[in-house]
Design a protein around this ligand. Structure first.
Ligand SMILES: Cc1cc2nc3c(=O)[nH]c(=O)nc-3n(C[C@H](O)[C@H](O)[C@H](O)COP(=O)(O)OP(=O)(O)OC[C@H]3O[C@@H](n4cnc5c(N)ncnc54)[C@H](O)[C@@H]3O)c2cc1C
Length: 375
């Protein structure tokens, strides 16, 4: 007689959010099964910068969540043996208005360890590729960690498997009800079902997703050749436009003056949601992005014009020994207008977790810790 497929916790989606819930559930001694419709995760979790970036998070609950997530990344890096670099970050300032925002930020955030406004000389020492001409200073933060997302997701999955998590890859979940689901046509029974389907809002609970207010966002990214002679970027980099992008800075008194200036100077970049972040992984290549296109019908093709605008802005603050682009890609994430993740329980024992937006790597583990007990 065929045995029933049974698990305590079923997780739909093998991206960072699915893995975060699998980790939390296995720590609580649950029997866990992760269903991933591709042979391995292929969504936003393997297309990002790998920036664990507490600095940009809204102060309070989300910042605390990011710090807890950061500490978990460090622990996991040791146990799952993926590459990680606790290199910190620099946010470079090239106008008086940017410096004023950074000064106000530093004086208002005593809670951030090792936060400091660096002089031009100090900034160049940490990041020798910075363009000196026009550089006024930079915000140094020591909390940020860089991971290579493809390497990290693969190794965390393998490590979880060794810890007892059952991975059902190439397996699509098509029906979920209280206590049961159907995956590749097979019936499974589970006490708790957690759905972390990323930007797939159509396969499961499409009506709930349609009414959720969640918005799709498409981003454009590229990566350069490996830099010659083991050239190192140093800390991960952000720049003036990032001050408008991240909620950490929005409530500062000096924010509006900066916004007015950047809106006048860079209308096209702001229209396309461009702000420029830079990271470097173990292979030496430099990942650069990104743009943000919101809505259900984003461009089908990668757009050269956007790449040109990003490269142009990048060259205003960073010179790379080899800036030739070797890879280009698009990625999608889903966010909620509230700026908070969207958590919804359509029926007993079933939870939809989505809308983590552009910060799933930065806050995902902490979020799973907070909400697993509720389900
Ligand atoms: C270009 C880009 C850059 C980013 N940079 C950063 C960054 O540097 N730092 C940061 O913190 N965040 C970053 N983000 C955001 C971060 O990547 C996302 O928040 C996060 O990856 C979302 O994870 P997820 O698990 O919810 O979704 P996904 O990674 O999309 O995973 C969802 C998975 O579910 C699977 N799935 C869906 N439906 C089913 C089904 N019915 N059955 C089985 N499997 C299913 C999919 O195949 C997919 O693998 C970036 C995002 C993008 C796109």
């Amino acid at each position: 007689m065929k045995q029933l497929n049974k698990t305590d916790v079923a997780v739909v989606g093998g991206g960072i959010m699915g893995l975060a819930f699998a980790l939390e559930a296995i720590r609580r001694q649950k029997k866990v099964t992760v269903f991933e419709r591709n042979p391995s995760a292929r969504g936003a979790s393997v297309r990002n910068f790998g920036m664990i970036y507490p600095l940009g998070m809204r102060p309070g609950k989300i910042f605390e969540r990011a710090l807890r997530t950061r500490n978990l990344w460090l622990e996991l890096g040791q146990s799952a043996k993926f590459w990680f670099n606790p290199c910190g970050s620099l946010l470079v300032a090239r106008s008086k208005e940017e410096i004023v925002v950074l000064e106000e930020f530093v004086s208002s955030r005593q809670d951030i360890k090792g936060l400091r406004l660096l002089t031009l000389k100090e900034a160049l020492k940490k990041s020798p590729g910075l363009v000196q001409d026009g550089l006024l200073g930079a915000l140094w933060s020591e909390s940020e960690i860089c991971v290579d997302p493809q390497d990290a997701i693969q190794k965390i999955s393998l490590w979880l498997e060794n810890c007892g998590v059952n991975f059902k890859n190439s397996t699509t979940v098509t029906v979920v009800e209280s206590g049961q689901l159907i995956a590749n046509g097979e019936q499974w029974y589970a006490e708790q079902i957690i759905i972390c389907s990323g930007s797939d809002l159509q396969t499961l609970f499409p009506n709930e997703f349609r009414n959720s207010g969640l918005v799709n966002c498409q981003l454009q990214m590229f990566r350069t050749n490996a830099q010659p002679c083991s050239w190192l970027l140093g800390p991960m980099l952000a720049s003036g436009l990032s001050l408008l992008h991240y909620p950490a800075f929005t409530a500062l008194k000096s924010y509006q003056t900066l916004k007015d200036r950047l809106t006048k100077e860079h209308p096209k970049l702001l229209e396309l949601g461009i702000h420029v972040l830079v990271s470097q992984h173990s292979h030496g290549r430099i990942t650069v992005g990104d743009s943000h296109e919101y809505g259900d019908t984003p461009a089908i093709f990668y757009q050269k014009e956007i790449e040109g605008l990003i490269r142009n802005y990048l060259s205003s603050f960073l010179t790379l020994p080899d800036a030739q682009v070797s890879e280009r890609w698009l990625g999608n994430y889903v966010s909620h207008p509230s700026g908070e993740p969207w958590i919804y329980k359509p029926t007993d024992g079933v939870m939809l977790v989505n809308g983590i937006g552009g910060v799933g790597m930065t806050t995902g583990f902490g979020l799973a810790q907070e909400i697993l007990p509720e389900c």
